[in-house]
Design a protein around this ligand. Structure first.
Ligand code: FES
Length: 107
């Protein structure tokens, strides 16, 4: 179970054990990470699960799909080069110690 570190916009961090094969969004919600609303339940239709992924882990992520790309254009906080939807990321063993920054606003 890889540890993933979530850091909120105020700098507060929370490290959680994520289950391989589940989405990062679901793992965050199951482990009480605040700031990920996921209003559409993981259908890539709301952009309220927006995250910023540490750049040294970007190569471990799947390509951004057309749907994800469109939703990332609708985020409440600025889209950055390392913006992703956490529901589009399935946890893998290589995500051990991945750092995720949460945006200031999700809606
Ligand atoms: S949960 Fe809605 S886009 Fe990720």
């Amino acid at each position: 179970m890889p540890n993933v570190i979530f850091i909120d916009a105020g700098g507060k961090s929370k490290t959680i054990d994520c289950t391989v094969g589940t989405s990062l969004m679901k793992s965050a919600q199951l482990n009480g990470v605040s700031g990920i609303y996921a209003e559409c339940g993981g259908q890539q239709m709301c952009a309220t699960c927006h995250i910023y992924v540490a750049e040294d882990f970007l190569h471990t992520l799947p390509e951004i799909s057309i749907d994800e790309d469109e939703m990332l254009e609708a985020t409440a906080s600025d889209r950055l080069p390392n913006s992703r939807l956490s529901c589009a990321i399935i946890v893998k063993p290589e995500h051990e110690n991945m750092v995720i920054h949460l945006p200031k606003f999700q809606r």
